[in-house]
Design a protein around this ligand. Structure first.
Ligand SMILES: [Zn+2]
Length: 447
């Protein structure tokens, strides 16, 4: 296995600290290495790369390399079961099995070799160290350890750092809370939704979270921790600082928040990032939103080249003021291409609604409902909150989204709660209307 780097400031020193030029040189060499290996050994990519002149000579040549979509990976796995041709190494070289959460569609099976699993772990080491996790910490993972990759690599990374790792699988929320308090856990890893839910359960059971030892929360699985209103709620309820992170089963742990918490940095030592118009495939200009396209460098045995992640991000032309030369995504992942709907001519992402709903700390849970009335797509938001909040929230949504959105109060405790990957959207529209107003990209959910 590769030696583990525990150097938290590696990104600030040469060659990467000497600027973007050196970083781009490294990425260009890595892209060519991944492309050449795929062309030589990988039947899935041999087919896709036929006709592409390799190695690439200039950045412009990258445009010849086709995008990869999740639909292609799923289709290949169905045609060549059980693992598909992108798993091109002999089966005995793989040691880890995971699958996507299958929130939408059939789960994708993904295998790792000892080398690619060590790469996953090292990417997570960077996430943890950037949030200030050290060997002195006790890291609690509130996660049901199943085949979904979730926090498995985080577990390996926390152990590699030398922290005490506490697995929180197979427990109720109350049992987890008691263990977090009893063990004096200092770091909590879970989805942002689940951090809010745990706080709700703590309040119901008279447990005082503010006196817990938790000082850092790191969130994955959903984008909420980059939404300022969500982040503020979690910080307040836990009396701690929460950090966003973004990763995907099929891609890797690709981005994290720094201490400034203004958005996500793509880990560009390990990934190459592009931001494209989901329809034309062209790069979008700074300031606009587009779909994030990634290539991973360290997942030998299951590489993804120019993969359309479905994550919608804002293209920034400036790096984060923290000094990392990496591509900066202000506000993190602002939506999913397959979650966007068009209602009365307005593009809506569930995250934009959540950002406003979470300004109200007495909203315990909410759900967005798309439905049809007189042949027209409509939207309403169901909330567990008191009547006064319902009225104010309606006005805030109208200001913030630019659309009248009905807010419907529902019984406290009646909406679903989530441990992983909250789905706060109920889509009651007929399928024909779904096709007409979303999704943007012809692929199913990525996770
Ligand atoms: Zn930063």
């Amino acid at each position: 296995m590769k030696a583990l780097s525990l150097d938290a400031d590696a990104h600030l020193r040469p060659p990467y600290g000497s600027g973007v030029e050196v970083l781009r040189g490294h990425q260009f060499a890595e892209l060519n290495r991944v492309l050449m290996e795929a062309r030589e050994h990988n039947p899935f990519y041999q087919e896709k790369l036929a006709g592409v002149k390799l190695p690439l000579q200039r950045w412009e040549d990258l445009a010849q390399v086709p995008f990869t979509t999740k639909a292609e990976l799923v289709d290949d796995q169905q045609r060549f079961p059980p693992f598909g041709r992108n798993h091109y190494l002999p089966e005995h070289e793989y040691v880890q099995y995971h699958q996507t959460s299958g929130t939408k569609g059939k789960p994708l099976k993904v295998l790792d070799t000892p080398e690619s699993w060590a790469w996953w772990r090292d990417c997570w080491v960077e996430v943890l160290q950037t949030a200030g996790v050290t060997r002195e910490d006790r890291v609690f993972l509130a996660f049901s350890f199943g085949p979904f990759i979730g926090f498995w690599a985080a577990y390996a990374a926390a152990e590699a750092i030398g922290a005490l790792v506490i697995p929180g699988g197979g427990q109720t929320s109350l049992e987890r809370l008691r263990l977090i308090l009893e063990m004096r856990a200092t770091v909590l890893l879970c989805t942002p939704s689940y951090a809010l839910h745990l706080a709700e359960v703590a309040a119901e059971n008279g447990l005082d979270l503010k006196s817990s030892a938790v000082r850092v929360l790191i969130h994955a699985g959903e984008p909420g921790a980059s939404i300022p209103s969500v982040r503020d709620q979690i910080d307040t309820l836990w009396n701690a600082r929460c950090y966003d992170h973004s990763g995907m089963t099929e891609m890797g742990a690709y981005a994290y928040a720094c201490q400034l918490r203004r958005g996500l940095h793509v880990n560009e030592r390990q990934f190459f990032a592009e931001i494209i118009d989901p329809v034309s495939g062209d790069a979008v200009p700074p300031g606009q939103t587009g779909e994030l396209v990634l290539t991973n460098f360290g997942r030998r045995g299951y590489p993804l080249i120019r993969y359309r992640t479905g994550d919608i991000v804002v293209a920034a032309d400036q790096p984060c003021p923290c000094g990392r030369p990496f591509r900066f995504l202000p506000g993190g992942v602002v939506g999913r291409s397959d979650d966007m709907v068009v209602i009365r001519g307005v593009n809506i992402f569930p995250q934009s609604i959540e950002a406003i709903v979470r300004e109200f700390s007495d909203v315990r849970e909410f759900r967005i409902v798309y439905y049809t009335e007189e042949q027209m797509p409509q939207i309403k938001v169901q909330v567990e909150a008191d009547t006064q909040t319902v009225g104010i929230l309606g006005r805030r949504l109208r200001e913030g989204i630019g659309l009248r959105i009905d807010v419907e109060p529902v019984e406290p405790g009646s909406l679903p709660r989530f441990e992983m990957k909250a789905r706060r959207v109920l889509d009651l529209r007929p399928q024909t209307q779904v096709a007409a107003s979303g999704p943007l990209a012809p692929q199913d959910g990525t996770d």
